[in-house]
Write a protein that binds this ligand. Structure first.
Ligand SMILES: Cc1cc2nc3c(=O)[nH]c(=O)nc-3n(C[C@H](O)[C@H](O)[C@H](O)COP(=O)(O)OP(=O)(O)OC[C@H]3O[C@@H](n4cnc5c(N)ncnc54)[C@H](O)[C@@H]3O)c2cc1C
Length: 276
């Protein structure tokens, strides 16, 4: 096996360009789960990003919180300002695995791993996060909501790395994240949802109910238009056009849909006059 150890971003991008088949490694927490299988498959080129300082840490600008792709959950949990301004980031981070994973796993790894159950992705999407994707020749920006094409498929070229995540700094009148799992730690999400509202504009993003983390655009319209809702069943039509849950070892499609509708109904009833 060959492990490339770039010392800075330019070197990482050059290696990415010359070795597009090499697997990028950030915290390694997703990759290590499949380690024996990958070693057996002799997939033998790895691009270790852990020494690339430009990918680590986060900064606040006037308009955004900018997360380096290699920023860990713990970095965000420890930033009091994140808890005050963008609390869903902290709430989601605290529910990823447990402390060991939170100190090692990165926001970028969560995005590119592209699990439908990823907990970092729904809150970033509810905040309209924008990804910065870089190759040697160019830097492109892409809304996270447009990044996924299907299960584990995304708009990331073999010569690109995810370098930064821009989270706009805005004032919201509603921010809410809920994760339903078997335990309060070390649990993969059965159903999850992140919701924001700002100037009457809604973002409703669900995880573990479709092949990708999914913005629920029909439901967002229903809420923005103020259509009357008098029980979870009234949300079902919109939800059924937004999500396609499946039965698997953790849950059933029926449970996932029912729980999502109930969570939304009971939480939003307090803040939406159209929901009674
Ligand atoms: C015990 C355990 C519990 C877990 N619990 C949760 C949980 O509750 N919720 C949850 O969402 N996840 C959970 N995870 C999954 C994982 O920890 C997270 O998804 C984490 O954010 C992955 O980040 P990483 O840096 O470790 O990624 P890595 O494993 O290093 O990489 C993941 C993927 O991203 C790619 N990648 C990483 N960085 C870049 C980059 N900059 N550019 C391009 N590609 C890149 C890699 O090539 C790989 O395909 C858990 C994992 C374990 C082992």
């Amino acid at each position: 096996m060959t492990v490339f150890l770039p010392r800075d971003l330019d070197e990482a991008l050059e290696l990415r360009d010359r070795h597009p088949g090499a697997t990028a490694v950030a915290g390694g927490t997703d990759l290590c789960v499949l380690w024996p299988e990958r070693v057996a498959a002799r997939r033998d080129e790895w691009l270790d990003l852990s020494g690339v300082a430009e990918l680590r840490g986060h900064e606040w600008t006037d308009g955004a919180l900018i997360l380096g792709a290699g920023t860990t959950y713990w970095d965000v949990i420890r930033d009091r300002r994140a808890g005050e301004e963008l609390p869903l980031l902290v709430e989601a981070a605290r529910q990823v695995g447990a402390v060991q994973i939170q100190t090692r796993g990165t926001w970028g790894g969560n995005i590119v791993n592209a699990s439908p159950a990823a907990d970092g992705v729904p809150v970033l999407m509810a905040y309209d996060a924008v990804l910065e994707l870089r190759s040697r020749s160019e830097t492109v920006e892409l809304p996270l909501a447009d990044f996924y094409l299907g299960y584990k498929e995304m708009r990331l070229a073999p010569d690109q790395l995810l370098t930064r995540i821009h989270v706009p700094r805005r004032t919201y009148d509603l921010q809410w994240f809920e994760k339903v799992g078997s335990r309060s730690a070390q649990a993969i999400t059965k159903v999850g949802v992140a919701v924001t509202r700002r100037d009457g504009e809604w973002r409703v993003v669900a995880n573990s109910v479709a092949p990708t983390v999914r913005r629920c655009r029909s439901l967002e319209s229903l809420l923005a238009e103020g259509l009357p809702v008098s029980g979870p069943a009234d949300l079902m039509g919109a939800l059924e056009s937004d999500v396609t849950p499946i039965d698997d070892i953790r849950s059933t499609a029926e449970y996932r849909l029912e729980v999502l509708a109930r969570l939304l109904y009971w939480r939003l009833r307090d803040v939406c006059p159209s929901i009674t």
